[in-house]
Design a protein around this ligand. Structure first.
Ligand code: 6PG
Length: 339
């Protein structure tokens, strides 16, 4: 039995075993509000402040921990860092600097000749364009030929469809690169979905996910660049019961997301095991349409939201780049790295 005092930032640990790699397990304990356990293959780590009595027993199908009593309101301990800027351009530059930092770290690592990065769709591509292409100082530092680029999620449409994440990235970043002299024949390797299987029915949608999963780097990603929707989704991991199967996925690394609340309806998405294995995770969120959700993520720390769940589960490797507008309603400034 372990007790974690209210003031303590220390985490309780309990033993447990599982054949899965590190992953998040959200335990919805009716009387106890929500609590979160992350676990590796050999131990479970409790994240939270409050008084806990913890038994190291494992209920069927839920190896890890059972909470036997609960006293204070659980506060999920956040280790994420938030970088907030007022100017769009400054934000883009800071994101770019972090990307280049991750690139250098990856290439310096023993025997590593590639930088593996996965990106999301939405407004993120504009930030990438501003930082990695249009900013001359930064773009000179980008070693595109070493990059292997994947998509954290992809909409199941042809690659030249305006809704395609690959298509948006190509237009915003890859096409302009071809005008950058030396980069002409030294572009990144970009992994797109198998377009031939798109819009051929559910069986093929599963197959697209399966094929894409087979392309992922075995060693995990050096960097994931994520967006955040106004409902708290990221990748195509949406909140709510209808899409819980995606958050609960522990074996597939890429899954088919059906009936997406954000069009188009069919997508594929990375699942939490990929996020768990990535070395760095950076979210980018800008604009007043993100105010309400930022408040829910950072003040309420509502872990039923996929973004908040990622903060709570993998906080030590998560950072956010936000602008003043997006963060205007967040009361908790303790997460700000550049206060
Ligand atoms: O394909 C997608 O729809 C995205 O990958 C999605 O997860 C996106 O990143 C967020 O919805 C944020 O999008 P915005 O930055 O445009 O709000």
């Amino acid at each position: 039995m372990v007790k974690v005092s209210p003031e303590s930032q220390a985490l309780g640990t309990v033993s447990g075993s599982s054949s899965h790699h590190s992953e998040a397990l959200l335990m919805d304990l009716t009387a106890l509000e929500q609590c979160l356990v992350t676990r590796s293959s050999t131990r479970a780590v409790l994240i939270g402040r409050g008084n806990w009595d913890i038994k190291s027993t494992a209920p069927a199908g839920r190896p890890g921990a059972v909470f036997s009593s609960y006293i204070d309101r659980l506060q999920v301990l956040l280790m994420v860092e938030v970088y907030k800027y007022s100017e769009k351009q400054v934000l883009a530059r800071k994101v770019g600097e972090f990307i280049v930092e991750c690139q250098e770290r990856a290439l310096a690592a023993d025997g590593n000749s590639t930088f593996t990065v996965a990106i999301s769709g939405g407004s993120l591509v504009n930030v990438l364009r501003a930082s990695l292409v249009d900013d001359d100082e930064l773009s000179a530092k980008v070693k595109w030929s070493k990059w292997q680029i994947y998509f954290c999620d992809e909409r199941l449409v042809p690659l030249d469809d305006p809704q395609s994440n690959y298509g948006a990235f190509k237009t915003a970043v890859l096409d302009p690169l071809s005008h950058h002299g030396d980069h002409l024949n030294l572009g990144p390797t970009v992994y797109a979905i198998n377009e031939a299987l798109v819009q051929q029915g559910s069986h093929q949608n599963e197959k697209i996910a399966e094929e894409y999963a087979s392309l992922l780097p075995a060693a995990g990603f050096d960097l994931l660049l994520l967006g955040c929707g106004p409902d708290g989704h990221t990748c195509s991991l949406f909140p709510g019961d209808a899409h819980r199967y995606l958050l609960e996925e522990t074996s597939k690394t890429v899954a088919w997301c059906r009936d997406s609340p954000k069009p188009p309806s069919d997508r594929i998405t990375f699942t939490l095991p990929v996020i768990a294995r990535s070395r760095n995770i950076a979210f980018v969120a800008e604009g007043s349409s993100k105010q309400q959700i930022m408040h829910k993520i950072f003040d309420d720390r509502n872990v039923s939201l996929p973004t908040a769940l990622i903060n709570a589960s993998y906080g030590e490797k998560v950072r956010w780049y936000v602008d003043d507008d997006a963060f205007a309603r967040v009361a908790d400034s303790s997460v700000l790295a550049n206060r």
